[in-house]
Design a binder for this molecule. Structure first.
Ligand SMILES: [Zn+2]
Ligand SMILES: [Zn+2]
Length: 176
């Protein structure tokens, strides 16, 4: 079922506001566009403020995604708080630029909720800011302990490996 908010009442005069919860299933467009499967039912609120010429819609909520840590590749629960502001005007579709059109006293929320959550989802989720990830050589999860691999030699420093700082004190008589 499509997520939407009815504005027949709030659109009557400027200054009026309504606030309703986001309920039910997360909308299908979000399930399609999200990088990760969603967990649980929709969670959030939508407020609609009548600004005179337009209706100001604010979506706030939180989605829970079943993601994978970008460092250790372990499964993780990713909490995604989201907030999106969008202006709507009662108009035919096609002309909108900074605002979106609505008709018949209903503002559709499916695409808006999808946009809000997708924009708020981090590109590379991390299970913990301290996650140490996998060893690039043996693949061991370094959160479980050290693997003993030596860090790979860095080519940039190789040229300096045979270089020794001149010791002025080694042969003091040559300095004179
Ligand atoms: Zn991790
Ligand atoms: Zn290793």
């Amino acid at each position: 079922m499509a997520m939407e908010v009815r504005v027949r009442d709030v659109k009557r005069w400027a200054g009026r506001r309504i606030e309703v919860p986001l309920e039910g299933e997360w909308p299908a467009p979000l399930q399609e566009r999200s990088d990760w499967p969603l967990e649980g039912a929709a969670c959030g609120r939508v407020t609609v403020d009548n600004g005179g010429e337009f209706l100001a819609v604010v979506l706030r909520g939180r989605a829970t995604l079943r993601a994978e840590c970008g460092r250790c590749l372990g499964p993780m629960r990713l909490e995604v708080p989201f907030e999106l502001h969008q202006e709507f005007r009662e108009a035919e579709p096609g002309l909108a630029d900074e605002w979106l059109p609505y008709r018949q006293d209903v503002i559709p929320l499916d695409e808006l909720v999808a946009e809000a959550v997708v924009l708020a989802t981090p590109a590379v989720p991390v299970c913990d800011p301290e996650c140490r990830g996998l060893c690039s050589q043996c693949g061991r999860d370094l959160n479980d302990g050290e693997c003993g691999c030596l860090p790979p030699a860095d080519e940039r420093w190789r040229a300096l490996a045979g270089w020794r700082r001149p010791q002025a004190s080694e042969n003091p008589e040559e300095d004179t």
